[in-house]
Design a protein around this ligand. Sequence first.
Ligand SMILES: Cc1cc2nc3c(=O)[nH]c(=O)nc-3n(C[C@H](O)[C@H](O)[C@H](O)COP(=O)(O)O)c2cc1C
Length: 148
Amino acid sequence: MASFQIIVGSMLGTTEYVAEACEETLIELGHEATVHLSPNIAEIPYKDQTWLVCTSTHGAGDYPDNIQRFILDLETCEYDLTHTPFLVIGVGDSNYDTFCMAAKNIKKLLVTKGCKQKIELLTLDMDQDIDPELNSQQWLSDHKDHLS
Ligand SMILES: Cc1cc2nc3c(=O)[nH]c(=O)nc-3n(C[C@H](O)[C@H](O)[C@H](O)COP(=O)(O)O)c2cc1C
């Protein structure tokens, strides 16, 4: 059993639904999960926690507004994150050259902070005819042996 902190970056709501679908699946798989829709680094546990970042990309490869403060705080924080493994799900649109850039950037940032990635980044392309919630849930279930 692991404890997940789900950190959400979303402007229009799609990624919020993805995060909530992931919460449901993680709990079904026997884990604990908490969703942070307005992530504040000071309020998110990190010791022996797994962080699942679900973020869309906006602007020209930018982070959604609601996660920008978290990113700035993460860049400058002095936490020891070596015991904070992570996963990232990116929601984007492949019509943009900067496809899922926010998700790719936070992945790099977490690695520079000493976090270990548990599963390779999942990108969801909203230009395709997909159900992002179902795809995320399937991804977690497919990797269930690597979540603890
Ligand atoms: C103004 C605008 C800019 C966008 N820029 C990007 C981008 O740079 N890269 C990308 O992959 N998707 C981009 N998208 C697509 C969004 O990431 C996509 O619509 C996503 O589903 C939005 O998720 P959200 O509702 O959780 O914010 C952009 C969408 C809008 C409306």
